[in-house]
Write a protein that binds this ligand. Structure first.
Ligand code: GTP
Length: 210
């Protein structure tokens, strides 16, 4: 479902974000580094979402991304049942939306372990293209987790598609989806943390299976 709030995070009820300096002692603290990619059509808000998530800022100006830009942020995530605490270092690759650079994108995708695929709620075609973006990164990286963001929720009165449409498209990628706004900040933290928790959970599962 498209989450307007935290309610869609039940799958991760055992996982929550903590402040980095949280006082409670954790039985373990592991550092996990992951590369994730921001994908979607031009001007859907990829750079702005990174700006909100990493720097808590928003700018109305549109400066087209050329190539790719990498930004880092560390999140602290705790697993309630075991008190395990993880420092998740995200290397966030913000990849240009323009089609003319398609030939180079597989190089940028390499070693990514998750992706945020973004649509702009005011432009229907950006939602249709979410599938294409999701499939293109999975062709390079395999069945990595994807979270779909329907961005510019502050402009939802101009929306060209419904939340059901978004849920349907996200479902085809086996992805969770969120209505976000880089402008207001709505759900930005939730969307990134949803992917972050999934990445850590998958890492632990892989380690347990070894
Ligand atoms: P490319 O670099 O072309 O791939 O674009 P992008 O997806 O990185 O888009 P960018 O973040 O540069 O945003 C494009 C325009 O949309 C800018 O003018 C932003 O200010 C605006 N924008 C981004 N997010 C939001 C949002 O949540 N709400 C509103 N109202 N505007 C937004």
């Amino acid at each position: 479902m498209v989450n307007d709030d935290d309610s869609g995070l039940d799958e991760f009820a055992d996982w929550f974000l903590t402040e980095e300096e949280a006082a409670a002692p954790a039985s373990q603290q592991l550092t996990v580094m992951k590369k994730i990619c921001m994908l979607g059509d031009p001007a859907v808000g990829k750079t702005s979402l990174v700006g909100r998530f990493v720097f808590s800022m928003f700018d109305d100006k549109y400066i087209e991304t050329i190539g790719a830009k990498v930004t880092k942020r560390t999140m602290a995530i705790e697993r309630k049942s075991t008190r395990q605490r993880f420092r998740l270092k995200l290397m966030i690759w913000d990849i240009a939306g323009q089609k003319t650079l398609d030939f180079i994108k597989p190089t940028y995708y390499r070693d990514a372990e998750g992706a945020l695929v973004i649509a702009d709620c005011t432009r229907r075609e950006t939602l249709d293209n979410v599938l294409r973006w999701g499939q293109s990164i999975r062709e390079v990286c395999g069945p990595i987790p994807i979270v779909v963001l329907v961005n510019k929720s502050d402009l939802r009165e101009h929306a060209q598609f419904t939340t059901e449409d978004a849920v349907e498209i996200a479902g085809r990628l086996d992805a969770t989806s969120f209505m976000t706004s880089a402008k207001s900040g709505e759900n930005v933290e939730n969307a990134f943390s949803s992917l972050g928790r999934r990445l850590i959970r998958d890492t632990l599962k892989r380690d347990e299976a070894k």
